[in-house]
Design a protein around this ligand. Structure first.
Ligand code: PLP
Length: 428
């Protein structure tokens, strides 16, 4: 029996499903999850000693690859000074300043420990600042596992949502209106019906939780206008896209296409922690003044702004600001997705790809889907076959067809070529 199997059986005795986050269990693709022993640059190694080219990168944070020397040094040095104090440190200010310098839509930021915590707090802040309860989210977008966000659409626009998870009371879901992604007429109608009751709209600007689906530019523009018109706050969840699709994040990308575009509240995670538990939400001073201890919206955390996590995040943010970083990363990601598309074409496999910065998606269909239902029409058996063939060849892709992929600065052209050679075999 392989070490991975032995560990998986042992894990299942003490951890529900053997994992601490469901997607790791390989349920969508079948087979035994790999237990990772270490990472080095673009590679991770499993308990059987097998090496994989890593396109998950801890689901986004590892933009520099594993064990980047400058980050490692910063973390070790911070750990020597102390793990946690539960009192303010200068490094929190430094990280906040660094983030604000790169994201001009925010004047202040609050640090937390996970994306879930950040989106939960952003929704509470929006509700506290507007005095309204209801909000809109979109089918296929994931914002962490807060009760009010684990919601699916009710029947039509007149009824609010239903829980997608056991344990979430119906009452909690009843303030969440779930709309189809990129469906303009539905958005207009929802605002006509409920606009004045909406605290906010929360959206992934490029939805990485349905693989890789961009908010259409006209849709984003209209969404911004409607929020302003009705006094609802626009919350961009950039936990995945933040400092991943570009130094200015997805909001910078949309600001180039929509003059004057900016969200009211932004949420970050993943890259800003460089692999350590760290996330953030931020907005104008006028909105952030509602947070305790200044205002009445309560929000707190024992490990918030943790000194080791902030050291890791700061070192990561400093590296990605070096000249040419994103140009090189984008070019590498582009060469991967173009190569995959070419290999698929040679083999007559329906395939479409998209990418931005170090984040990419591919679909086993001719055209890029624009919303969740179409994403889910993917030929699952074909995807699973492709996933396992790639894994056997030492290429670790996301083990679910609705997840994005990530390229790091540590991936070499040789890694990309090895990936394309494996894909050519897998798609044959
Ligand atoms: C867009 C988005 N928001 C929020 C979250 C939740 O973050 P976390 O897993 O750190 O709680 C995720 C997690 O993948 C995410 O992709």
């Amino acid at each position: 029996m392989s070490q991975n199997q032995t560990l998986f059986e042992r894990a299942q005795r003490v951890i529900p499903g053997g994992v601490n986050s469901p997607v790791r269990a390989f349920r969508a693709v079948g087979g035994t999850p790999r237990f990772i022993t270490r990472g080095d640059g673009a590679y991770i190694y499993d308990a059987d000693g097998q090496r994989y080219i890593d396109y998950i990168g801890s689901w986004g944070p590892m933009i520099l690859g594993h064990g980047h020397p400058a980050v490692l040094e910063a973390v070790i040095s911070a750990a020597r000074e102390g793990f946690s104090f539960g009192a303010p440190t200068e490094r929190e200010i430094e990280l906040a300043e660094e983030i604000l310098k790169l994201v001009p839509s925010m004047e202040q930021v609050r640090l937390v420990s996970s994306g879930t915590e950040a989106t939960m707090s952003a929704i509470r802040l929006a509700r506290g600042a507007t005095g309204r309860s209801k909000f809109i989210k979109f089918e296929g977008c994931y914002h962490g596992h807060t009760d009010a966000l684990l919601v699916k659409a009710g029947s039509g626009l007149a009824t609010f949502g239903h829980p997608t998870s056991a344990g979430v009371p119906e009452e909690v879901a009843q303030h969440t209106l779930v709309l189809e992604f990129n469906h303009l007429a539905q958005l207009e109608e929802a605002f006509l019906l409920h606009g004045k009751q909406l605290a906010c709209v929360i959206i992934e600007p490029i939805a990485g939780n349905m693989n890789f689906v961009r908010t259409q530019v006209a849709y984003m523009k209209r969404l911004r206008e409607l929020c302003t018109e009705y006094g609802a706050l626009l919350v961009l969840d950039e936990v995945m896209t933040g400092f991943r699709v570009g130094l200015a994040s997805a909001q910078g990308h949309y600001a180039k296409l929509i003059p004057g575009f900016k969200p009211d509240i932004s949420v970050f995670g993943k890259v800003i922690g460089g692999g350590m538990p760290l996330a953030a939400f931020g907005a104008s001073r006028d909105i952030m003044k509602h947070l305790a201890p200044l205002g009445g919206v309560y929000q707190a955390g024992t490990l918030s702004g943790n000194p080791v996590a902030t050291a890791c995040g700061l070192a990561t943010l400093r590296e990605i600001q070096k000249p040419g970083f994103f140009e090189a990363l984008s070019a590498k990601t582009r060469s991967l997705v173009d190569g995959l598309a070419a290999v698929a074409k040679e083999n007559g496999v329906p395939f479409s790809v998209d990418c931005e910065g170090g984040m990419f998606g591919f679909f086993l269909m001719d055209q890029l889907p624009q919303e969740y239902q179409t994403v889910m029409t993917t030929d699952k058996a074909r995807f699973n076959h492709f996933f396992h063939a790639m894994l056997d060849a030492g290429v670790y892709l996301a083990p679910a067809l609705y997840e994005a992929g990530f390229v790091s600065a540590a991936h070499s052209q040789a890694d990309i070529e090895a990936t394309l050679a494996a894909a050519a075999q897998a798609l044959r």
